[in-house]
Design a binder for this molecule. Sequence first.
Ligand code: ADE
Length: 480
Amino acid sequence: MRFHILTLFPEMVMQGLMTSITGRAVQQNKIGIEAVNIRDYSKDKHNRVDDYPYGGGAGMLMQVQPVYDACSHVLERIPEQAKRRVIYVTPQGTPFTQARAKEFAEQDDLLLLCGHYEGIDERVLEEVVTDYISIGDYVLTGGELAAMVIVDAVARLVPGVLGNEESALTESFHGDLLEHPQYSRPEVWHGKPVPKVLLSGNQRQIDTWKREQSVIRTRERRPDLYERYQELQECREMLIKKKLLHIDMIELINRGRALLIYRGQGQILLKDMEYEIYFHACVDTSLLPDAGNWELPVKEIPLVVIHQKEMIPYFTKKYGLETECECYQAVCTRHEKLPVRGLYRPDLTREDGLYLRRLALTDLAQVFEIYEGCCDEEYLSSRIEKGMLVGAFYGDTLAGFIGQHCEGSIGMLMVAEGFRRNHVAAALQTYMTNLMLEQGKIPFSQVVTDNKESLGLQQKLGFYLSRDTIFWMEAEKQRI
Ligand code: ADE
């Protein structure tokens, strides 16, 4: 990922960003940051870049020519196939949020255009800018600080930048709730002890306490977020009446990734905040809509998981979607980890030499050799890049692998031909299940209805299958 900051004050942004974590990430080649001085592109003999606004008004405007030339020069250097955005930071933009940071982190190149004086001539903005972004409802003296905020928030989402072991297999957890309070040593300071539960060693109690504190803090400090949280909790209550069938939506809410798009007429429509995936459930089937007189308030839905077969015609007719696959939900409802005896030891090896580890991009060739599943190579490599795939090896040979799909289910399980019947699949599924339990998630898989082997494995490991099925529907071929 490369950041290009177009500014009149290059030294200001470089000084700020070349220190600390972003600076380290640049040195390690995880990201690139350059500041482009707009003044270098001025054709004025005094290097001026500003002029008076037509129609009068206070202050000066940045002129089209130097801004356009600086931008064009950067864009010309970016490979044609690279995903890019040109962001103009302005108090008139849409608010910068974690969801936008995530969206920008998917790009290869981000250009950030920093305005000064009273702004920039509208005509050049119309030609080059793809996104207008504000970092808050206040006015800064220039766009540099805003651009730095955006670079920082986006850079930390780029794989490898945080360098934190934990951050990789934990898909970013940006919930609707504020963080709970945190404590470190000493145990007592100014007469204030650390809350007892944190010293108890009981992880479940600790997790419950953290969650409660987050809720209390959010209610007190951010009533707006709290209201959203409460609405989602109400949806959760409805969905949980058919817990197995709706587990993906319940977990989307639990993991703080659900955006409530619509609730009414017995229907719930959620959107994943991190990926363009919608989830629909009709929680009151007596109200299944008649497609003739009822509409969801959304114009376009590229990919949706529906939980009631009766809704298929509606999504086909209204959004032109086709059913891609029909799956059972398989859910691990227990809180204790699965036993690993005989599958692998705590160090993730087994007496006969099998060992498990997270996959890296260098393993890709072996992964492609044995994968014959539902998703494409680009998707698999992006999951590996995010640290979401685990492989089972004998020596250097990949015997099988498993992963977490972007929407949160366990999947992509595959065992190479020569290694079937060797408990490799059970070892991988057990490892991934326990990892998710450790992270406080409810492990679940979505198994295509005719995959008897996988259905058998899930049940053998104690996963419960939903009685009804869910349907992935999509517009043309566009599997994420
Ligand atoms: N430039 C000046 N103020 C700003 C703000 N609040 N957000 C983004 N860019 C800005």
